[in-house]
Ligand binder design. Structure first.
Ligand code: MRU
Length: 341
C-alpha cells in the first residue's frame, strides 16, 4: 500500500518527508505548529491540496499548544498561528481556503471546546479532499481512451493531495476502468517533483512511465507520441487562467501548437473566484540555490544571478477543460485572452 502523505495520529501530525523521496522513506512526527510551517516552506510536504490539509492540522496543533483558559487570549494567539501559516507559501489558494475554514470553526463556549472543534474541522477538510479528488479522477478518466499516452508535469498524485491525486488520480482511475494508459513525466526542474515523486507513485501503481527532461516534451509531441496533457493546479482565477508549476505554460503552448488536448485537474478548493484574472495570482519566488544546485551539488558559478519563480500562469485559451469534482469546466471564460492585466 502507498505510504500516506499526511496522518493525524494521537494529536500529532505525521508527514512523509517528500524532500527525501525516492531515496529514503522518512516519516516526521510534528508536535508543534512551527515545525509544520517549516515543513510547508521547505516543501517536505507540498502540492496545493496537501498544503491546505497540512495547514488545517497544523492550526489544530497550534491551538492545542496554547496554554490559557481565557478565550480572548486564546483567540489572539490562534490568530498568530494562522498568520504564520498564511505566510508559508503564497500561490496555492487551498492554503488560504483552509485557514478561512479554520477561522470559522474557532467557535465554542470555552477554549477546550474550540480546540476540539478545530481538530474536527481539520479532519473534515482532509476527508473532503479525499472525496473530491476521487470524484474528479473518475470524471476525468472518461476523457482518457484505451491506449492513451498522457504527459504530466510536476507531481499531482496522492503525495500532493493527501487524497487520491488530481492529474495522477485521473490516470489511475482510467487504469481502474480497465484502460491501458502510459505516462510521460517531465523531470520538473528545479526541484524534480516529476523525476522523484511522480515516477515513484506511478511505478507503485503499476502504470508504465517514461521520464523525460522538461524540454523533450515538444519532440515527443511532434512525433505524435502524446495523446493528451494533464496537470494539476495551485490556483485557478475566475477567468480560468491557471497557476501551476513553472513550465506548465510552456507545455500548454506546445500542446496547442500540436493540437493536443490540455487538461487541468483540480478540486474546486483550488478555484479562487475573488481574482478576476490569473495574472493577479501571487507567484512564489524561491531561493536561488534551488537553481544553482541539484540535491546539494553546485552546477553553476558561485554568485551568478538567478530567477526562480515556482509557478507560471496558463491562459484559458490553452486549456481544453478543467476537471473538477463537480464536472468539467470549459471556456469561453470571462476575460479577454492572453493579455497581461
Ligand atoms: O511547488 P509544489 O511542488 O508544491 O507545486 C506543486 C504543483 O505545482 C502541483 O501541480 C499542484 O500543486 C497541484 S497538486 C495536485
Amino acid at each position: 500500500m502507498m505510504a500516506r502523505a499526511i496522518e493525524w495520529l494521537d494529536g500529532k501530525l505525521r508527514i512523509l518527508d517528500q524532500s527525501k523521496l525516492p531515496r529514503e522513506q522518512i516519516f516526521a512526527d510534528l508536535d508543534n505548529y512551527h515545525d509544520v510551517v517549516l515543513a510547508i516552506k521547505e516543501m517536505r510536504i507540498r502540492g496545493a491540496p496537501a498544503i491546505g490539509v497540512t495547514a488545517a492540522y497544523g492550526i489544530a496543533l497550534g491551538a492545542s499548544g496554547i496554554k490559557t483558559a481565557s478565550k480572548d487570549k486564546f483567540l489572539a494567539q490562534l490568530n498568530q498561528v494562522m498568520q504564520a501559516f498564511a505566510a508559508s507559501r503564497p500561490t496555492a489558494v487551498n492554503l488560504f481556503q483552509a485557514i478561512n475554514r479554520m477561522k470559522k470553526a474557532a467557535r465554542g463556549d470555552g477554549v477546550a471546546e474550540i480546540k476540539n472543534s478545530l481538530v474536527n474541522e481539520a479532519k473534515r477538510i482532509h476527508q473532503e479532499e479525499v472525496t473530491a479528488t476521487k470524484q474528479l479522477s473518475q470524471l476525468g478518466a472518461e476523457l482518457i481512451k484505451d491506449g492513451f499516452t498522457v504527459l504530466t508535469h510536476c507531481n499531482a498524485g496522492p503525495l500532493a493531495t493527501a487524497g487520491y491525486g488530481t492529474a495522477l488520480g485521473v490516470i489511475k482511475a482510467a487504469k481502474e476502468q480497465g484502460k491501458k494508459v502510459g505516462v510521460f513525466v517531465t523531470e520538473t526542474r528545479p526541484l524534480l517533483q516529476g523525476a522523484r515523486l511522480t515516477t515513484w507513485e506511478l511505478r507503485q501503481e503499476g502504470i508504465p512511465v517514461t521520464l523525460i527532461t522538461d524540454f523533450m516534451a515538444g519532440y515527443f509531441m511532434k512525433r505524435g507520441e502524446i495523446d493528451c496533457v494533464i496537470v494539476g493546479a495551485d490556483r485557478i482565477a475566475a477567468n480560468g487562467y491557471t497557476a501551476n508549476k513553472i513550465g506548465t505554460y510552456t507545455l500548454a503552448v506546445l500542446a496547442n501548437a500540436h493540437g493536443i488536448p490540455f487538461y487541468v485537474a483540480a478540486p474546486t478548493t483550488t478555484i479562487d473566484l475573488s481574482l478576476t484574472s490569473g495574472y493577479q495570482i501571487p507567484i512564489e519566488e524561491r531561493s536561488p540555490e534551488e537553481v544553482t544546485h541539484i540535491q546539494g551539488v553546485a552546477i553553476a558559478p558561485e554568485g551568478i544571478d538567478v530567477a526562480n519563480p515556482a509557478f507560471d500562469i496558463t491562459p484559458s485559451q490553452y486549456i481544453t477543460a478543467i476537471i473538477t469534482e463537480k464536472g468539467l469546466i470549459k471556456g469561453p471564460y470571462t476575460e479577454g485572452l492572453n493579455r497581461e492585466q
